[in-house]
Design a protein around this ligand. Sequence first.
Ligand code: GLU
Length: 620
Amino acid sequence: MHRRRSGRTPLALALVAGMSLVGVGQAGAAPGALSASSAAPVAMSGPQGKQPVATGYGGAVSTVDLDASRTAIEVLRRGGNAVDAAVAASATLGVTEPYVAAIGGGGFFTYYDAKTRRVHTIDGRETAPRAMGERAFIDPATGVPLPFNDAVTSGLSVGVPGTVAQWEQVLSRYGTRGLGTLLQPAIDIAESGFTVDQEFYDQTALNADRFKDITPSRRLFLPGGQPPAVGSTFRNPDLARTYRTLAQSGPDWFYRGGLGKEIVRTVEQPPVEPGATRKVRPGLMTPADLAAYRAPYRKPTRVTYRGLDVYGMAPPSSGGSTVSEALNILENFRLAESDPVQALHYYLEASKLAYADRGRYVGDSDKVDVPLRELLSKGYAKERSCLIDPAKAAVAPVPPGSPDGSRRPCAPASGTPRALEYEGPQTTHLVVADRWGNMVAYNVTIEQFGGSGLTVPGRGFLLNNELTDFSFAPPANGTPDPNLPAPGKRPRSSMAPTLVLKNGRPLLAVGSPGGSTIITTVLQILLNRFDLGMDLPTALAAPRATQRNTPQTLAEQAFIDRYGAALRAKGHDVALFPGPPPGQIGAATGLEFLRPGLVQAVAEPVRRHGGSALVVHPVR
Ligand code: GLU
């Protein structure tokens, strides 16, 4: 997305004036002497001032949004660290990307701490209310699951939001600035406004039909009954006030105070327009659910891959375990730059197997047993990799394996394959590194574009619909489902903010939006970077394909043009990814330490109108 904001406050203007926007596209020699290639062209400057690559010292950031990146850079410039900058950037995204990021949602935060050389992951995933049972998404009137879209626009889909607790958690442990300071740039932009661009217009228009039925959403996002015109200034004084009170009163106001009560009221009694025919089901959240919310530390997933350490997000996200399992499987094969088709065949097959296990075994590990140790083990991956035929694609869906520790060589797959649940392309990802060598990869989301469609009246932010990430009903064949709703449970996510270390030092951070395609996007970028000889800008820009244990492999047109015929000859049924947006998979952000202190920040050059990479002190 790209928008030029207008009407900036002095602080925002200072951010712009003080900023150098020079980008450097070519990677220097990365630690580990990994070769760079120019296999795919990388655009050097995106539309309307955004640029996808920046290299330099003093800290670096990549987000989908110019204002969010500028906010983070200014925090770094003033001596804040990567955690401070990531919080400030995500708060700004809450203003400028209100349909994907809001304090009404949640996310996953992964952090490499340079002082201790350790990776920490903080889980801000939304939780189900305590009154939510396994059949919550079954319509009592019909006995069948609710239509997905009815569930999305409802109080029922709203999970207890995690973002504010997560901010508090990361700032109290690793931050150096108060939440009030970090919210200020976002408050300024919310107050003074920004200029609506086509992407903002399109996302509003996408939601217009339901927003018009929800009074506070209509008032905020459909001024005059229509999406705000491209070129007009969009202000959100309600959100500015909300952030300001949050800064003064702290997270207790959200979880135990007045704002919490307003959130519960919105969920219990969705503020539907008088006369609207839409049925908006109420939810089950109570003040006690909000008061019970915690953003816990989780032990990160960790696997070695080609001598590197790859860290990710453990359950309730399936991101870390699925990326890790696929990497472990891939390590059993030679992936050569000289034979990309063979490498991609292995990539698609490894992903297929890892997704089969994800569907069968991964859910909220606080509530169900997840055989995580086995899923992350080299032995189990060896067992799974035996099933890959180097010459021929397996017919998908393939069944899950048995991560029971028996480690039988080439064990036949067991169990029944599962259908892939729908997950959309929404959410956002950002990365930050600072001058001390700390780095953050952070996914924030409210699930669908526009979340539940429910704006908290007078508060300027949308509530999530994250609970639709639960399975709506057990599989008909009776196999256990680790992702059914339950009291206090977190729905399984695909978010995969990923950190890569080499010899205990920071090397790379990467992640993406895209529902269940997040995992394959991250995986493919790692493969491109560490096996296929691409530098990070090229690895990120390269055309993508996603294989999630479905009969077809879905891909971008450029991927099909380049590899489709050769992969079809191996039995892959390659078809165009339907979107949204059609033919585009993911909107990744990443960064790489080219040598200590020198960081290359990378955003999308083209997808979703390009992202924004910035560094504090660019090198030319
Ligand atoms: N709800 C999704 C997940 O947790 C993220 C939103 C999206 O990318 O669609 O995986």
